[in-house]
Write a protein that binds this ligand. Structure first.
Ligand SMILES: Cc1ncc(COP(=O)(O)O)c(C=O)c1O
Length: 368
């Protein structure tokens, strides 16, 4: 079976992993700090705080954005983590419909949903293609709302020349095994505000104001710490951070390879009148996390591809249709019709040319 996603590792990652093991420090330590600093530099932001998943990043980011008790405008076409984080924070998800072409939250659908209780908008740069951020930031400024970027798909992507993760008030990344920058598990929160950075560092470590690495420096009273508020066990450690440093150094190259593969797919599928290709708007340079096409006979196509030994997926079932989100249901005509047509094809940097050609040939020969 050709998988849908696969991380791209070589000897460099294996070599890098030796360092934390050789040093004997595999917890939150120097590799995490170095990864945070290099990641912040890469994104073009002042602070990056390493956490153990994208879900934890969203949980903590929304906490410091003070969404509790209010309403957060969000997208239904995302992994459930985005919306679970709203519920973790005792806030109400208010679902806005998506753009039919990008599957990103439709900026024009946001304003009518704003009430006196709205305090934030969460945007997901779906598939790596940035949302219409100028429009969204203007609405947020008009109503004094916070903007949280979910960059789980868009690591390395950009909007009008700025990396995603540097545009909203705060942003969240995932380094889960299938992501463009893959550490097995891991995540990052990026923010410009120094006070929020400080609070996030404590929150990811049970609320403790000094991490174990700083306590190990041997100064007088270095063992002492205070706890200002109840935090979580959500910090990154030096094993995924060592992997992340290598992946970060390669990321633009890896994403360019994804761009090449998407170019081959787009060219080969251009004349198929039964298949709609993904759209890269002129304001975004996608990170190309996934390749999602729209096909009327989607379910038949999935079975056909499986018979050919090619994995496919559906990203995502609209979250507002899950039973847990029933209390927050509102009719979203585009999301509710489009999910029945979407199908994800394999996209990862180590796909070989013969695999790409085989996938293309199989798609083109689908008779419907
Ligand atoms: C859009 C989106 N948000 C959040 C997450 C959560 O990230 P993690 O799996 O690292 O918790 C994911 C992926 O898993 C995702 O695709």
């Amino acid at each position: 079976m050709i998988p849908l996603f696969k991380p791209s590792y070589d000897e460099q990652e294996l070599e890098a992993l030796k360092q934390p093991f050789a040093s004997g420090w595999i917890g939150l330590g120097p590799k995490t700090k170095e990864f945070e600093e290099k990641f912040a530099q890469f994104i073009g932001i002042k602070h990056a705080v390493g956490v153990n998943s994208g879900t934890a990043a969203l949980h903590l980011a929304m906490k410091v954005m003070d969404v509790a008790g209010g309403e957060v405008i969000t997208t239904p076409i995302t992994f459930v983590s985005t919306n679970h984080a709203i519920l973790y924070n005792d806030a109400i998800p208010v679902f806005a419909d998506v753009q039919a072409d990008t599957l990103n939250i439709d900026a024009d659908k946001i304003e009518p949903l704003i009430t006196s209780k709205t305090n934030a908008i969460v945007v997901v740069h779906y598939g790596g293609y940035a949302c219409d951020m100028d429009k969204i930031m203007a609405i947020a400024a008009k109503y004094n709302l916070k903007v949280i970027e979910d960059c789980a798909h868009s690591c390395g992507g950009s909007y009008k020349g700025r990396r995603t993760g540097s545009i909203g008030d705060i942003a969240c990344f995932s380094f889960h095994a299938v992501k463009n920058l893959a550490c097995g598990e891991g995540g990052m929160i990026t923010v410009n505000d120094a006070a929020l950075d400080k609070r996030l560092r404590a929150l990811r470590w049970l609320g403790i104001t000094k991490d174990t690495w700083n306590r190990a420096k041997g100064e007088a009273y270095s063992w002492f710490y205070n706890v200002d508020e109840v935090g979580y066990k959500a910090h990154l450690n030096d094993i995924p951070a060592a992997l992340g440093l290598v992946q970060l150094a390669k990321l633009d190259k890896l994403n360019n390879r994804r761009r090449d593969i998407v170019g081959m797919y787009n060219k080969a599928f251009a004349d198929l009148d039964w298949l709609i290709r993904p759209v890269e708007k002129d304001y975004t340079k996608s990170a190309f996390h996934n390749y999602v096409v729209k096909i009327k006979k989607r379910d038949k196509f999935i079975q056909y591809m499986a018979d050919k030994g090619i994995s496919t997926g559906v990203h995502y079932y609209p979250n507002h249709l899950y039973s847990v989100y029933k209390p927050y249901y509102r009719k979203l005509p585009i999301a509710e019709s489009i999910w029945q047509k979407i199908v994800t094809l394999p996209l990862f940097t180590d796909l070989t040319l013969s695999e790409i050609n085989y996938i293309i040939e199989s798609v083109v020969n689908f008779s419907g």
